[in-house]
Design a protein around this ligand. Structure first.
Ligand code: GLV
Length: 315
């Protein structure tokens, strides 16, 4: 029997794999993220940690857990919050939750594509605040999604799930990846694709190579009629530059589910026109969040049993 820390409350049934395997689960009733000090303390006497993307599992946390800690299972597909090199260096395995959240996240990306293109947030805010004084032919004029060109930055499981939805809206779909997918619509040159797209949706993991991938220079390549959607990680976009582009009308609209410094949202983005801003709910359906929790716990159980789970992070 191993001792497993679960850093925040998981959806009902989420920790079942740990319980079924007979592990001693150190669960918190609280949904507040542990502070860095609390996290370092909490990992000192455990064999495994099941954590969330709000936990920064850095080298200091890994050191605090060593040598007993054997696995860190992140309840998220993205694992930029985990120092994988430090973990692997200390012999600690890392697991994530690939495959179970693709469709749910693609649904949300599409929601943002539609809501941002059709100015849904601004229109609803006016209605709720009593500013809508009656139908008008020139009100809330958005941009058509059907028939538009969608540029997907990244074409993994989530990007391709967005492409399938786009086909139903008669969109022309382009995608950029570093290596040729061999599929129709592949663009080797990101800059060229940005200039060709009416809607750009981001589906790349956060790494040193993708931090501020969409910076002021690339925002300037977008058409003034374009819509930018981000459901990946906030730091992929330079928020300051994005706010400036929206303020100056150099970009039609933006739909964002992720932010550079969550839970803070850049005040200029909050004030910027034509934005739909959501609090990182890409994978937030009951079924998907439960599947994610279970998959992470299954990964931890497998590593503790000396097995190599399919959701092991290999780099
Ligand atoms: C959510 O953002 C995830 O990476 O799973």
């Amino acid at each position: 029997m191993a001792r497993v820390l679960v850093t925040r409350r998981l959806p009902d049934g989420g920790i079942d794999p740990l319980v079924a395997a007979g592990h001693d689960v150190v669960a918190r009733d609280d949904d507040r993220p542990l502070s860095p000090d609390e996290l370092r303390d909490a990992v000192r006497a455990v064999d495994a940690v099941v954590c969330l993307l709000t936990d920064r599992i850095d080298a200091a946390v890994i050191r605090a857990g060593s040598p007993r800690l054997r696995v860190v299972a992140n309840v998220a597909v993205g694992f930029d919050n985990v120092d994988v090199a430090a973990a692997h260096g200390a012999g600690v395995a890392v697991c994530n939750t690939p495959g179970v959240l693709d469709e749910t996240t693609a649904d949300l990306a599409f929601l943002l594509i539609l809501a941002a293109s059709r100015l849904a947030s601004e229109a609803e805010a006016d209605l709720r605040d009593g500013r809508w004084l009656g139908w008008g032919i020139n009100q809330y004029l958005g941009r058509d999604v059907h028939g538009a060109t969608l540029g997907l930055v990244g074409y993994g499981r989530i990007g391709s799930a967005v492409a399938r939805r786009a086909a139903g809206f008669d969109m022309r779909v382009l995608h950029h990846t570093r290596t040729d997918t061999g599929l129709p619509g592949w663009r080797a040159d990101l800059d060229q694709m940005l200039g060709e797209s009416d809607v750009v949706s981001l589906h790349v993991p956060l790494s040193d190579a993708t931090r501020h991938l969409i910076d002021a220079r690339r925002l300037a390549l977008l058409r003034p009629t374009a819509v930018l959607v981000n459901t990946s990680r906030g730091p992929i976009v330079d928020e300051e530059a994005l706010a400036a582009a929206l303020e100056d009308g150099r970009l039609f609209a933006a739909g964002l589910d992720v932010f550079e410094r969550e839970p803070e949202v850049h005040p200029r983005l909050l004030a910027a026109p034509r934005t739909v801003l959501l609090p990182h709910i890409g994978s937030a359906s009951i079924a998907t969040r439960t599947r994610m929790a279970r998959l992470a716990c299954e990964g931890a159980v497998a590593v503790l049993a000396g097995e190599q789970p399919a959701n092991l992070v290999r780099r």
